[in-house]
Design a protein around this ligand. Structure first.
Ligand code: ADP
Ligand code: MG
Length: 718
């Protein structure tokens, strides 16, 4: 049996072993593991001195700066709790611009000087860490001689224990700043944007008569798609190891055409993995809720319940890490890349986003009274306005090398940003726009004044999977983020642009009211003006159709197909002005992000193209040559035909590999964005030509000569 087939057999032989978790009696409270590894509010209530707990909670609830005097007591309690859980180390955990998380571990223990060691953890150590910041991307924010950066405790996201088979670490969510105070991470802008949105939204709800709410929180629930493949294949593929995507692979005879995977029965091994991953996530306080098969073979999805943006984004990182860690226990590897396999769907992350008051009102919920309806339409219009104005920025916020395989392909939203409202909502806006009462029938509401609004949907039944930004009943679902992305930045953008339009509209409404216009008339007028001005962004049709490309162009909407097209939108005057006005990012901070994201694009493509050249030359070409040698040993017309066929491909392959290697050797000087365009236009093109021949060879070279696991194996054996 050829080597590879043996691996298939081994891969398929998984069975639940002695380590199985087994079911537990969940009617016994202590068997409920949710949050057991979290220094949660409940734990804090038990362990902190009463006055400290109270002060801390008010500080957090009101979004006030932390009194450093509290830190000492909190650190003390946190340490005791962590030691009980077996933690020997603590770590400041942060989200640098690399797009993943970073951590630096320190032991609690320091020598006493008399032969012993004591566990120690001060308020100062809780509040501030000093990782060696010089190795994190900063986009020119920090000269290397001023390489200091600080991590600062984020008390709004609870610390937790990261378990390991051999110990445990107290993990403290932190923000990462340069010594001059610039944000070097994704958390700081997110927190700033939450404040900005809260201010603007509070102003708006107060005009609607809400006198109780003190703060508005944005919420996020991100559905995560991923692939699972047997780890044997993963480790046999240098491309997966280096880039998480298969750079070669012929289309298998069976792909996703049969539609037999989506929501299909989850294979036992995968389900065993899911049970354990979810259990781990629950212990970490991540409220995971939904799981199912996705469209592509071996593709799955996990979705948590939504939480406030800061916690939701932290938990998103934990979800990605946990999927990766737990998969290995099942002999699987979780692939989070946006497009690990050509020819089948890629993976995204649906960023469900909403805002709600601290009194529990979801502002993206139409509600069921006329006044709730009007307030909802006001907020909804603000979102439409924000997305229209900042479509370029939103597109840029999801631009990565991996995303370029996805956005605009007919499986993911198009690269054009547009909003889906659904029939009922569109009808309501049409009524406001025309000023004509609609025949609302039984289900209708008499508006507060002149208008008759149709009853708004409590839960939108209508689903449009082709829209990048869809209203889904009580939230908006931004479907463009990639599966591998940190969602912090995306949400910072959403919050900031919504804050801006809310404030503008609220100010306008306020002026009208002060001028004596009746309330509902004033609200309707503001909604109407801004809806009409921005409705070009609303599109309920098929986002995958060619027609939409034309309509969008006529409407003047942006169609930024690739990352180098999209990223410069970060730097547009509109983007920078909005970030600055709402104190979310300064111009240098925006420029830094542009630098870092562009550099990441270049670097990722560089790694891909070098890996591609290496595999082609050292694995695929030799396989072709071996085949030619085999053919050389046989006579006859058949062999002659095959030789000609293989020889043509092999010769062509050599030429194309050489061409790719030449392109790889060039690193154009000048602007970084031009380098990015070079990678996109020249290097990716040269790689695509190599791949085309390699994939053809895969279909003719003898099975046991072929060096790489095939799609038909990786995607189907589980
Ligand atoms: P679907 O696949 O139909 O979109 P899922 O149940 O998989 O639905 O995911 C829905 C996601 O939307 C969940 O993560 C859920 O928590 C989230 N969600 C629901 N309400 C809100 C809200 N108000 N704010 C943010 N996210 C929300
Ligand atoms: Mg969804």
């Amino acid at each position: 049996m050829p080597g590879l087939r043996q691996h298939n057999v081994t891969a398929a032989q998984w069975s639940a072993n002695g380590g199985a978790l087994g079911p537990t009696d969940l009617t016994i409270p202590s068997n409920n593991v949710f949050g057991e590894l979290v220094f949660s509010v409940d734990v804090q209530r038990q362990l902190l001195p009463k006055d400290v707990f109270k002060k801390l909670q008010t500080t957090l609830a009101d979004g006030l700066p932390l009194d450093p005097a509290l830190a000492g007591s909190v650190a003390q309690a946190m340490k005791e709790w962590a030691l009980e859980k077996g933690a020997t180390h603590y770590s400041h955990w942060f989200q640098p611009l690399t797009g993943s998380t970073a951590e630096k571990h320190d032991s609690f223990y320091s020598p006493t000087g008399t032969g012993g060691a004591i566990a120690d953890f001060s308020g100062k150590e809780l509040i501030r860490g000093e990782p060696d910041a010089s190795s994190f991307p900063n986009g020119g924010l920090r000269a290397t001689f001023e390489a200091r950066g600080y991590t600062a405790w984020d008390p709004t996201s609870p610390a937790f224990i990261t378990p390991n088979p051999n110990g445990a670490t107290l993990t403290i969510p932190t923000a990462f700043v340069s010594w001059t105070g610039e944000a070097l991470d994704h958390k700081i802008p997110l927190l700033r944007s939450m404040d900005a949105l809260s201010k603007a939204a509070i102003k708006a709800v107060q005009l609607f008569g809400d006198t109780e709410s003190k703060r508005v929180f944005t919420t996020v629930g991100a559905e995560q798609e991923y692939f699972l493949i047997d780890e044997q294949y993963y480790f046999e593929r240098p491309d997966l190891l280096a880039t998480e995507r298969t750079l070669y692979g012929a289309k298998p005879p069976k792909g996703q055409e049969l539609d037999d995977h989506y929501f299909g029965a989850i294979p036992e091994r995968v389900q065993a993995f899911m049970f354990e991953a979810e259990r781990e996530l629950q212990r970490l306080g991540v409220p995971v809720k939904t799981r199912h098969n996705e469209v592509a073979p071996n593709q799955f999805e996990i979705a948590p319940l939504f939480e406030n943006s800061n916690l939701g984004c932290d938990h998103q990182q934990i979800i990605m890490q946990t999927l990766k860690n737990v998969a290995r226990k099942y002999g699987l590897v979780a692939l989070l890349h946006e497009k690990p396999f050509a020819g089948v769907n890629g993976s995204g992350k649906h960023n469900n986003w909403s805002m709600g008051t601290d009194t529990g009102v979801n502002l993206m919920d139409p509600g069921d009274t006329p006044s709730e309806n009007l307030q909802f339409l006001f907020f909804c219009t603000a979102v439409i306005k924000a997305v229209k104005k900042h479509q370029g920025l939103l597109r840029a916020s999801v631009a990565t090398a991996g995303q370029d395989h996805r956005l605009g392909a007919n499986e993911a939203p198009p690269a054009i940003i547009s909003i889906f409202l659904g029939a009922e909502l569109s009808e309501a806006f049409a009524a406001i726009e025309s000023g004509n009462p609609v025949d609302a029938g039984e289900a209708g509401f008499l508006g507060l004044g002149t208008e008759v609004l149709p009853k708004l949907p409590l839960h939108g039944g209508d689903r449009n999977r082709t829209s990048p930004f869809a209203f889904t009943g009580n939230r908006f679902e931004f479907r463009a983020p990639g599966s591998n992305m940190t969602v912090g930045f995306v949400n910072a953008v959403l919050n900031t642009i919504a804050a801006e339009s809310l404030e503008e509209m609220a100010t306008e409404l306020e002026a009208k009211l002060e001028g004596g216009t009746a309330f509902d008339e004033a609200v309707t007028a503001v909604i109407k003006t801004h809806f009409v001005e921005n409705k070009a962004i609303v599109f309920d049709g098929d986002g995958y159709s060619d027609e939409w490309q034309d309509i969008a162009a006529e409407r003047g909407l942006l169609n930024l197909r690739t990352t180098p097209d999209a990223l410069p939108e970060l730097l547009s005057d509109t983007s920078v002005a909005t970030f600055e006005k709402y104190g979310v990012l300064t111009k240098p901070e925006v420029e830094a992000r542009f630098e870092v994201f562009t550099e990441q694009y270049v670097t990722k493509l560089n790694i891909e193209s070098e890996t591609a050249a290496l595999i082609a030359r050292t694995q695929i070409l030799p396989a072709g040559l071996k085949y030619l040698a085999l053919l050389d040993e046989v006579d006859g017309t058949g062999a002659k035909i095959l030789t000609e066929e293989a020889e043509a491909l092999v010769n062509d392959l050599v030429v194309k590999i050489k061409a790719l290697e030449e392109k790889n050797a060039i690193h154009p000087a000048g602007e970084l964005i031009d380098h990015a365009k070079y990678m996109r236009d020249d290097v990716l093109g040269a790689y695509a030509e190599v791949r085309e021949i390699a994939d053809k060879l895969e279909a003719i070279v003898p099975d046991d000569y072929w060096p790489l696991p095939r799609y038909s194996e990786m995607l189907f054996i589980k």
